[in-house]
Ligand binder design. Structure first.
Ligand code: DLL
Length: 435
């Protein structure tokens, strides 16, 4: 199903023409309204005339999170505050949050983008959508909220937390679409079953999961746990929030809203733009933003772009599921590993649950990894031999598939923390262990 079929199925030529026109306008808009960009672009000798084709975007310098932080809170806004109608901010683990302002038109574009990805998996005006993202400065809840309302869904703005109540509402309100992080969906299904709610009593049919990575293996477990079909959607506060890209029912990549966002993939070390299909850091230029425009924003998320038309009829470029963030990459005795790869390996070992944490330490400039993971059946704890066999299997698989030697610690069921929002599975003790 489409929300804006004519746009979502435009020919590549038309998309590129539109993007070029909007990119030039956006460069001018930034020049005229954001002193930071005026200075940056002038210094780089970039004017809209210099952008003659899309690849001329390479003349524009990248924008980084540090640039945003340096202009905290409103220094990069391009319109007067009277035209800003909403402010969000990313939580940011260190320092000040990243503040994002939206005009009325920005909100309208945002809800269109979200409505598209919801329609792409078959959500429609008969659906009852439970939004279990936290409402607040985080963009997830309100982003999905307005997109789903635009589609005509009945929205339940329950927010995150109080998981037993979530389970009760799922059942009593006949929720058909669940919106949350994949890790919260996983937790919620555990709690629902503990409360004696069976899948047959639920009307859930679709999960719209995003805001954090989720391997296919974990997705299968969530889908079995709840008896639903789910898609992945991607976004970030700096770029608007959710709605930047999302999967259709074929789940072969997340379609970018290419009329509003221009993606590139670069080598994060050299800054060089990579050809289609190559893996690297995603860089995005929003093409329609008024409140908080950005040019070539470095997301740090690692992915690939595929330009072939999708079976669903959409022509907009597909990005592969985010593999991790460039700053999440672990280097373990010379091998580059993303936490998502460890999750994939573990998810394929029978008897091990999807709940895990990764503990990183450093000794003599070398990173050490411990994977703490729950077993499913607690009776296993009574048999040292069985436990040891399972542990050895996990260590061997990590070694074979990823080429890393990690310590694996199996722990009892329900001993690893559960999350109501984005899971925090990496415990990084490298700084303290080296000190
Ligand atoms: O997480 C926006 C969002 C909300 C997207 C709800 C989808 C659904 P931030 O809090 O600013 O914004 O976090 C952005 O989260 O750079 C990625 O590293 C990660 N991320 C977001 N979506 C995905 C996803 C929202 N589908 C950061 N897969 C991004 C993997 C994701 N990582």
């Amino acid at each position: 199903m489409f929300f804006q079929k004519d746009i979502e199925t435009m020919s590549r030529k038309d998309i590129e023409e539109l993007q070029l026109k909007k990119l030039r306008a956006q460069v001018q808009f930034c020049m005229d309204n954001v002193p930071f960009y005026h200075e940056r672009l002038t210094k780089a000798g970039v004017t809209p005339d210099k952008i003659k084709c899309l690849s001329d975007i390479r003349y524009i310098p990248y924008t980084t999170k540090a640039d945003i932080r340096d202009h905290y809170p409103y220094g990069l806004f391009a319109v007067p505050m009277k035209d800003i109608v909403r402010i969000h901010a990313s939580s940011g683990t260190t320092g000040k949050p990243t503040v994002v302002g939206y005009t009325r038109q920005d909100l309208d574009v945002w809800s269109d983008c979200v409505a598209r990805l919801c329609a792409a998996v078959g959500v429609n005006d008969n659906d009852i959508a439970q939004i279990s993202f936290g409402y607040g400065l985080f963009t997830g809840a309100l982003g999905l909220h307005y997109g789903l309302e635009k589609l005509g869904c009945a929205v339940i703005p329950i927010s995150s937390g109080n998981t037993k109540k979530q389970a009760m509402i799922l059942k009593d309100f006949g929720t058909t679409v669940l919106i949350s992080t994949p890790s919260y969906a996983m937790y919620m299904s555990e709690v629902a079953h503990e409360c004696g709610i069976s899948n047959e009593e639920l009307k859930l049919r679709i999960g719209l999961f995003g805001s954090e990575g989720c391997t296919d293996a974990l997705r299968d477990k969530i889908e079995q746990g709840f008896g639903l079909f789910s898609t992945d959607n991607y976004g970030m506060s700096e770029l608007q929030g959710p709605g930047v890209s999302g999967e259709c029912e074929y789940r072969c990549g997340l379609h970018f809203a290419e009329d509003h966002f221009l993606p590139e993939v670069i080598d994060s070390e050299t800054g060089e733009v990579l050809p289609p299909g190559e893996k690297g850091e995603l860089v995005v230029t929003p093409l329609s933003r008024q409140g908080f425009p950005l040019l070539r924003y470095r997301t740090k998320d690692i992915t690939r772009l595929h330009y072939e038309k999708c079976r669903c009829g959409r022509t907009h470029v597909r990005m592969e599921k985010v593999q991790g963030r460039s700053d999440d990459m672990l280097k373990i005795r010379g091998v580059n590993v993303f936490p998502s790869q460890i999750e994939s390996v573990m998810a394929n070992i029978e008897g091990i649950s999807p709940h895990y944490e990764l503990i990183l330490t450093r000794k003599n400039y070398t990173d050490y990894l411990e994977v703490r993971i729950e077993i499913i059946d607690e009776h296993l704890l009574e048999s040292f031999a069985d436990l040891e066999r399972l542990q050895k299997k996990a260590v061997d698989q990590l070694k074979t598939v990823l080429g890393i030697q990690a310590k694996v610690t199996l722990v009892a069921p329900r001993t690893i923390q559960r999350y109501e929002g984005k899971a925090k599975r990496i415990i990084d003790k490298r700084q303290e262990s080296e000190a």
